[in-house]
Design a protein around this ligand. Structure first.
Ligand SMILES: Nc1ncnc2c1ncn2[C@@H]1O[C@H](COP(=O)(O)OP(=O)(O)OP(=O)(O)O)[C@@H](O)[C@H]1O
Ligand SMILES: [Mg+2]
Length: 156
């Protein structure tokens, strides 16, 4: 379901929570209003940790970033509005239908989504995909796929 039309991109090993956040901060430099980042990985893989790094780069204190497990979505006011979804506890497709994703996805902010597998038919057309995998106690493999060729900033 996920991964269609994506250009496979960078893959790296993070050796600490801090490194994962640094990696996220690099991705944040690419983000603009209306962008969507899907974060895939097992429990404790580092999805929320990655979101903290993204948020920090968008001028939100990482302390404010908590997994919105019980409310589905948290909003943080940063350089861009941030909509942080955690769909882990989403019950069924019916519950999903009560959420108006489009309102967030194509608005003024960026949407960061943990457990995107639960989106079903609501998977957006274009998204960044961040895959996190356990490789040891504090080691994680991070693979980031881009929706299209990244815009590299000119050095001039
Ligand atoms: N290299 C690493 N990158 C990210 N987190 C790490 C790393 N090494 C250890 N950790 C630890 O792994 C845990 C990751 O937790 P986090 O809440 O970010 O995971 P998650 O994928 O959001 O889990 P959940 O599915 O429960 O939402 C934290 O306790 C963090 O300190
Ligand atoms: Mg989480």
């Amino acid at each position: 379901m996920l991964k269609k039309k994506l250009i496979p991109k960078v893959s790296l090993i993070s050796n600490s929570e801090k490194e994962t956040q640094l990696c996220a901060q690099h991705l944040a430099t690419q983000l603009k209003a209306g962008d969507i980042v899907l974060l895939q990985g097992d429990l404790g893989a580092g999805k929320t940790t990655f979101v903290k790094g993204l948020a920090q780069a968008l001028k939100v204190s990482p302390k404010k970033v908590v997994s919105p497990t019980f409310v589905i979505m948290n909003y943080y006011k940063g350089k861009l509005p941030i909509y942080h979804f955690d769909l882990y506890r989403l019950g069924n497709a019916k519950e999903l239908d009560t959420l108006d994703f489009d309102e967030y996805f194509y608005g003024e902010g960026v949407s960061l989504i943990e457990w995107p597998e639960r989106l079903g038919k609501n998977v957006p057309e274009k998204y960044y995909l961040v895959e996190l995998q356990h490789k040891g106690e504090s080691k994680r493999q991070i693979c980031i796929s881009y929706p299209s060729k990244p815009q590299l900033k000119s050095s001039r």
